[in-house]
Design a protein around this ligand. Structure first.
Ligand SMILES: Cc1ncc(COP(=O)(O)O)c(C=O)c1O
Length: 286
């Protein structure tokens, strides 16, 4: 069982770095009332944030998509001080960033002149070099909305789906929309058949994961053929391999989808090759 998460010691909130217990926001914050905000998570490995620019660029894009104006460069410049005060100058860690629209009297439409609420914190986390133990997953209908490309804080659909996975002793829930597998509650999903890698195209039905993008780059580098196609659910039993990707999930082989055992329950050769190439990338600093 993974260790339950603990609270960070320090929180960056609207320009100040505070003890976590002193970091307070208004009950009228639209992030609290509507889930009207964007978030990002980055992993620091060996002293550098892995694919930092890609994460910050997705943060900018998602803020633009929901019309929140926030200077991500200013926010980025505060990260070293936050890490230092959190006692994480040299530690491997995860950084959580959240920007909500800010505080306003409750109504759906928003005023244009409010300051966004900006919050960040980091906590020590060492990710395994390679995830050795394949995971079991379940499939559920995708009951979320049709803008899954936005990394928004309103994650109730994802929370419910992940809870469904936990209730079935599984790591993840794969979402199915109109018979096609899209992504999972907090990761993207890939399949392998006859040495060809399949994953859903980056459209409004999935979050275009940074790890997903890294894996696609690695496939190209390794000469592995890729097809950007969502897999029909009925094809699950025919798959040679399947794996999940995500910032903290990294590349995780799938051993079972519902009742179908994949790759004999072991990490398949293409998944392994990608895991090793991913590890090289982490070791050389990306
Ligand atoms: C729904 C969803 N899909 C995919 C991902 C993977 O994205 P990334 O690789 O950028 O962590 C996440 C990560 O939080 C997610 O929430």
């Amino acid at each position: 069982m993974p260790k339950p998460p603990s609270y960070p010691s320090k929180v960056f909130l609207n320009g100040e770095i505070l003890n976590a217990a002193d970091a307070k926001i208004s009950v009228f914050d639209r992030g609290f009332i509507f889930g009207d905000g964007i978030y990002e998570v980055m992993a620091r490995i060996g002293g550098q944030f892995f694919y930092r620019e890609a994460h910050l660029s997705r943060l900018r894009t998602c803020l633009d998509k929901i019309d929140i104006s926030c200077n991500v460069d200013t926010l980025e410049s505060e990260i070293p001080r936050l890490l230092e005060l959190s006692g994480l100058e040299t530690a491997d860690c995860l950084l959580y960033i959240q920007v909500t629209r800010g505080v306003a009297p409750r109504q759906h439409s928003y005023p244009r002149d409010i300051q966004p609420t900006v919050m960040m914190y980091a906590w020590a986390k060492t990710l395994p070099d390679i995830n050795e133990t394949p995971a079991s997953v379940v499939v559920q209908k995708d009951y979320r909305w049709s803008r899954c490309d936005i990394k928004m804080t309103s994650l109730l659909g994802n929370v419910m789906a992940n809870e469904f996975a936990m209730a079935h002793d599984c790591y993840e829930t794969l979402f199915e929309r109109d018979g096609i597998l899209t992504e999972a509650s907090h990761s993207n999903v890939f399949f392998v058949k006859n040495r060809i890698v399949y994953t859903h195209p980056a459209n409004c039905y999935i979050l275009d994961g940074i790890t997903r993008q890294v894996v696609l780059e690695l496939c190209e580098k390794l000469g592995i053929e890729v097809r950007l196609e969502g897999l029909p659910v009925q094809d699950i039993p025919n798959m040679d391999e399947a794996f999940l990707t995500g910032t903290s999930t990294q590349i995780l082989a799938i051993r079972k989808i519902d009742d179908h055992v994949i790759s004999g329950g072991r990490v398949g050769p293409i998944t392994r090759k990608l895991q090793e190439a991913f590890l090289d990338l982490k070791n050389t600093g990306a």
